[in-house]
Design a protein around this ligand. Structure first.
Ligand code: GLU
Length: 308
């Protein structure tokens, strides 16, 4: 059967400039898309406005361009897609699978049910907000007989199965501060952009079953997933703004790309270290073999790559 046209994406949160870990994620999704003669789209996940940094989205786009990672079509911005998320929430409400919740973070933490990604919601509001309390957020009811467990085959990590109701619990789709949650927005936008293949860091692996559950509840297609090993520093921490990963430079582009390919276990020919950006990328596309990453959960940043 012919596969639908491949459409991949890179979806950075503009909370700061690109660091080496996010470059590796961008490069992995770009190479996979181009290897499959597909389109590669960029979506700015600027929904969590308090965490966004002014100018970061433009800086990320300029960096992608300097690194030869040219996207197809228009960049979409989640901050401009609120009505689509409203519509999806309405669909969940109409189907009776989303409910309003009055609980504070503290109340939930105090209930001490722990899952694999933080506290599990104890279910206080599942059958209605207690009298005298005011709803603050919207949650999805994961205790539905038809939805558990959620399983999928990751192209790299193999079969993943999760009991969302006990491993994660009823999760938030609209937050108490009125912002839509990442889990809902990503599902709505992957479908809107016709994404067939999601290639991203394995730090999001635990989120994928929630996203598949939402796709099922909203009758949206489920893309193929490939979760890349996470790049960690010498302390074993994920490179991120929180662990003070430095931004990648807009100079020494070939050297940085070469190193990113090594982290993706792509064994670029040493001579390519002297090539142009386009030559290096063309060779990497032609030789793309993500299965070389099989079995790796993390890849430690090589000496110095944190400061490239
Ligand atoms: N915006 C998310 C991040 O920067 C990535 C979302 C995704 O790829 O699904 O971590």
């Amino acid at each position: 059967m012919k596969r639908p046209e491949y459409r991949g994406r890179f979806a950075p949160s503009p909370t700061g400039p690109l660091h080496f870990g996010s470059l590796v994620a961008a490069l992995g999704s770009y190479l996979d898309a181009k290897y499959h003669h597909g389109n590669w789209l960029v979506r700015m996940e600027d929904l969590d406005t308090p965490r966004c940094v002014a100018g970061a989205a433009d800086d990320i786009l300029r960096t992608l361009e300097v690194y030869g990672l040219h996207w197809d079509g228009e960049v979409i911005y989640q901050s401009q897609r609120t009505s689509a998320y409203e519509h999806a929430l309405q669909q969940l409400q109409d189907a009776g699978v989303a409910y309003p919740c009055c609980c504070t973070r503290k109340e939930i933490a105090d209930s001490a049910l722990h899952g694999i990604d933080g506290p599990v919601y104890p279910g206080t509001c599942r059958n209605g907000v207690p009298a005298g309390r005011t709803a603050r957020a919207w949650r999805v009811n994961t205790h539905l007989p038809t939805t558990s467990p959620v399983s999928f085959i990751d192209r790299l990590q193999g079969r993943i199965s999760q009991r969302v109701e006990s491993d994660i619990g009823d999760f938030v789709v609209k937050r108490a501060d009125d912002l839509f949650a990442y889990q809902l927005a990503v599902v709505v936008d992957d479908a809107y952009q016709g994404i067939t293949d999601v290639v991203r860091g394995a730090d999001l692996l635990l989120s994928t079953p929630r996203q598949i559950l939402l796709q099922q509840l909203l009758t949206l297609p489920t893309p193929h997933y490939l979760h890349l090993p996470i790049i960690v520093n010498a302390q074993g921490e994920k490179l991120s703004k929180q662990t003070l990963a430095e931004p990648i430079r807009k100079a020494q582009v070939v050297a940085t790309l070469f190193q990113a390919l090594c982290h993706l276990q792509q064994l670029p020919h040493p001579q390519l270290a002297q090539a142009s950006v386009n030559e290096l990328l063309d060779s990497a596309i032609a030789n793309w073999q993500p299965e070389r990453l099989a079995g790796l959960q993390t890849v430690q940043a090589m000496h110095g790559s944190n400061s490239l």
